[in-house]
Design a protein around this ligand. Structure first.
Ligand SMILES: *Cc1c(COP(=O)(O)O)cnc(C)c1O
Length: 474
């Protein structure tokens, strides 16, 4: 493909993308295909001879598109959002054209320096300590993995990196059952083992019981364990639970335990002053993560990982420092040792485009709109006869279920489960489930960039229609 063919194909593709943005509401939100439907349409073997771009693009439209779940759909209320705003998409196009590997400063000084400055912008926007450093990772899972590794090294005097576990080190990690499963994966990957995880009980609002935390630490220490890490959540995935960072941070500091805060989803909302109190105490953390790819309009992937002490992170992950040294030395940042992988994308460009295109005020307006729509809808659902709100809106996420007085939990739970299936088979809107206190609930989060009040109310109308036959069986 020469540059003139590229130009022609790219223009056709951009036209298609713009049309897609205009017409995305016409698609079912969740792909309606069955397992294997897509695979069986794909050629069994790679072609020997090259094919026309038109043919490839036609196949994309006819084969791939039906198997796409539309994360950019304004009636996507499932999981958390993964928003891709137009400016972010444009930055992504440039990134793919440049194809930069931003592993060290020298391999693209602009990538590194832009990343450092975006970290500073976001520290300011979130009112976090200005002397923190940070790095842009792919996902929050990577940030928590780094936190587990640094915590492991700190508590063992950087011995595990050298010798591996010797059998004397029995480390413990404290969190709650609300915390994202990426922590459990991280303790497995870091060799601590699942048995190191301590699930601290939670109170009525599903936040960590801080007294129980300090008792568990005391007991573990007395039994010869080495408490290594506390992970707190702000806006946990299930129902948006928020831990009390200040109280937890005080314990972490007094016990010298590494403290990581996971605000993957909710962190973006902290650019609004009225929600910022949820981060009170975050300044006591050793590391903090949030995903602009969830709720700040930056398309996947872009996860910001702030650290209080960058030297601990680098010391944990650095390899062969002499061999990879460049002549700039300490004068520049080489992000290669701030995460597990060497090669890295230049995700900062997307943040720069998005923050400048919308401004913080534009992004605040979007987030406040989502929160208001969720609060209004929760009020409506709370007042509806056949439903009850189970967890009230935390920012823009709440949960509800089918309810009828006098009907046994088993039947109501079955109706709730059946409703989720009916909604997602229908495709008009997309909702996901979780379990609260042992019973299934439906999560509803509002967070897609283009969602309107009409999208919300039409989706709620559809839910009410779909529940009717299920209510008849109660
Ligand atoms: C989404 C989410 C994660 C994991 O996100 P990835 O970036 O996909 O790893 C972690 N924690 C919370 C609270 C989340 O909502």
């Amino acid at each position: 493909m020469d540059s003139s063919d590229f130009r022609k194909n790219a223009h056709a593709l951009v036209d298609w993308i713009a049309d897609y943005m205009d017409t995305v509401r016409a698609y079912p939100v969740r792909s309606q295909v069955n397992p294997g439907d897509i695979r069986k349409q794909l050629a069994p073997l790679p072609p020997q001879d090259g094919e026309d771009f038109e043919t490839i693009f036609d196949d994309f439209k006819s084969i791939i598109m039906p198997g796409i779940t539309h994360w950019q759909h304004p009636r996507f209320f499932a999981y958390f959002p993964a928003n891709g705003t137009p400016p972010s998409q444009l930055a992504e196009m440039l990134l793919s054209a440049l194809g930069v590997n931003a592993m060290i400063w020298e391999t693209s000084p602009a990538a590194t320096e832009l990343e450092e400055q975006m970290i500073n912008w976001l520290l300011t926007a979130l009112k976090l300590p200005s002397d923190w450093s940070g790095v842009i990772q792919d996902t929050a899972s990577t940030a928590v993995f780094c936190a587990v590794l640094v915590a492991r090294e700190r508590v063992t005097g950087w011995q595990v990196n050298d010798k591996g576990f010797t059998g004397d080190d029995r480390l413990t990690v404290y969190t709650t059952g609300e915390t994202h499963s990426s922590l459990e994966k991280a303790v497995k990957m870091a060799g601590l083992g699942r048995a190191s995880l301590r699930f601290v009980p939670t109170g009525d609002d599903h936040s960590m019981d801080v007294l129980a935390l300090s008792e568990m630490i005391k007991k573990d220490k007395a039994a010869g364990f080495k408490p290594a890490l506390i992970v707190a959540s702000v806006g946990a995935t299930g129902i948006g639970a928020c831990d009390a960072l200040k109280e937890i941070g005080i314990i972490a500091r007094s016990q010298d335990i590494y403290f990581h805060v996971d605000a993957a989803w909710a962190g973006s909302a902290m650019i609004c002053d009225e929600y910022r109190p949820l981060l009170n105490g975050a300044e006591l953390a050793d590391s903090f993560c949030f995903n602009p790819h969830k709720w700040l309009g930056v398309n996947f992937d872009c996860s910001v990982h702030f650290v209080k002490d960058k030297d601990s992170l680098i010391r944990t992950l650095t390899i062969l420092p002499e061999y990879l040294k460049t002549r700039e030395g300490d004068a520049v940042t080489d992000y290669r040792d701030w995460g597990p992988q060497l090669g890295r994308r230049n995700r900062a460009l997307k943040l720069w485009f998005v923050l400048r295109s919308y401004g913080l005020d534009g992004l605040r307006k979007m987030i406040r709109g989502h929160v208001r729509m969720a609060e209004d809808l929760a009020k409506t659902i709370g007042a509806a006869p056949d439903f009850e709100i189970v967890t009230r809106p935390r920012l823009s996420l709440f949960t509800f279920r089918v309810y009828r007085p006098g009907v046994a939990h088993g039947a109501l739970d079955a109706a709730t489960e059946a409703l989720i299936t009916a909604v997602n088979d229908d495709g008009f809107t997309y909702l996901t489930r979780t379990v609260v206190d042992g019973r299934p609930v439906i999560r509803w989060q509002v967070g897609q960039v283009h969602t309107t009040e009409q999208d919300v109310s039409e989706s709620w109308d559809r839910v009410q229609t779909l529940v009717k036959p299920l209510l008849a069986t109660l």
